[in-house]
Design a protein around this ligand. Structure first.
Ligand code: FMN
Length: 288
């Protein structure tokens, strides 16, 4: 899935927004474009555009707490106003040639009934599946995930629900799925640090086996692949600057590499990225 894309930005032809639609020729697995916005006609038009650009799924962001998104009455701000949200969703589902899913979170407080009412309405209006981050707006991205609140939504709607929040391990994924009754789980930050976690979860769910992480050398190769793809899209220099946060996240998942972090935070070229990765491969003390 793409990062969240501003429907207004697409309408205005904003260059940075349009870049988010760019895909490499072989990116067959990038299937969904996530949109945010609040004007029904604008988000509907954006859905049409991203479908024309080849995305096979449109996902509507109803969970983002960022001020720049909420200021537009988009993201999580929409969850409190079911009437407005219904008009928006109806327009997007009608305009979109591909299925529309939605990503939401809990309301201002866990007991706030608005998200549950919104979820029921979303299913009524033809949303194909729903991801629910089980934290309140006030919690933002930390603290316990309210599995009961997700379960209530799972039980109230006929569409598949993906439970989200706090999954760090295959066992954690299963625990969240079982506690909520959800059809699946969605993993956020842990997968940014450890993309192989998705594979570990899939194997654990299918076969009950916990597989070890890839070797350092395998990881370094995958990270370089990630960088090469970014450089194809953005050019080496820009990609390197933007890659700092990814490199830091990858390193965060590994022990014994503290001294590499300042270097990772300054990479400015593909050669810098490679040098950090080589140093990482050479560090003898490696954790998960
Ligand atoms: C830096 C950051 C960026 C995020 N960007 C998006 C986004 O673009 N769209 C979205 O639906 N959720 C976004 N999220 C929320 C995650 O999808 C997820 O709901 C949240 O991190 C909780 O899951 P986790 O505990 O597994 O990380 C973002 C979260 C973080 C921390």
């Amino acid at each position: 899935m793409t990062p969240l894309i501003s429907a207004e930005g697409l309408r205005r032809g904003n260059e940075n927004t349009l870049r988010l639609l760019a895909r490499g020729a072989d990116d067959v697995r990038l299937v969904a474009a996530q949109l945010f916005g609040s004007r029904p006609s604008v988000v509907g038009e954006a859905a049409r555009r991203v479908a024309e650009a080849g995305f096979r799924l449109v996902d509507l962001n109803l969970g983002c707490p960022a001020p720049k998104v909420r200021k537009q009455q988009a993201g999580a701000a929409l969850l409190g106003d079911v009437g407005t949200l219904r008009r928006l969703v109806r327009a997007v589902v009608a305009a979109s040639p591909v299925p529309v899913t939605a990503k939401m979170r809990l309301g201002p407080t866990a007991s706030d009934p608005a998200p549950l009412a919104a979820a029921k309405m979303l299913a009524e209006e033809g949303i194909a599946a729903l991801a629910v981050h089980g934290r309140t707006l006030a919690q933002r991205f930390s603290g316990p995930v309210d599995t009961e609140a997700i379960r209530e939504i799972v039980e109230a709607v006929a569409v598949p629900v993906w439970a989200n929040g706090g999954v760090e391990t295959p066992r954690g994924a299963r625990a969240l799925r079982e506690a909520t009754g959800a059809a699946g789980v969605m993993v956020g930050r842990a997968a940014v640090r450890r993309p192989y976690l998705i594979n570990q979860i899939e194997i654990y769910e299918a076969e009950g086996r916990e597989i070890p992480p890839p070797s350092r050398a395998e990881l370094a190769e995958a990270i370089l692949f990630h960088f090469d793809k970014a450089a194809d899209l953005d050019g080496e220099e820009r990609a390197a600057r933007q890659f700092r946060k990814h490199l830091l996240a990858y390193l965060k998942a590994a022990r014994g590499v503290k001294e590499l972090r300042p270097r990772a935070a300054r990479v400015a070229s593909g050669a810098d990225v490679e040098a950090v990765l080589q140093a990482w491969v050479d560090v003898p003390d490696y954790g998960s």
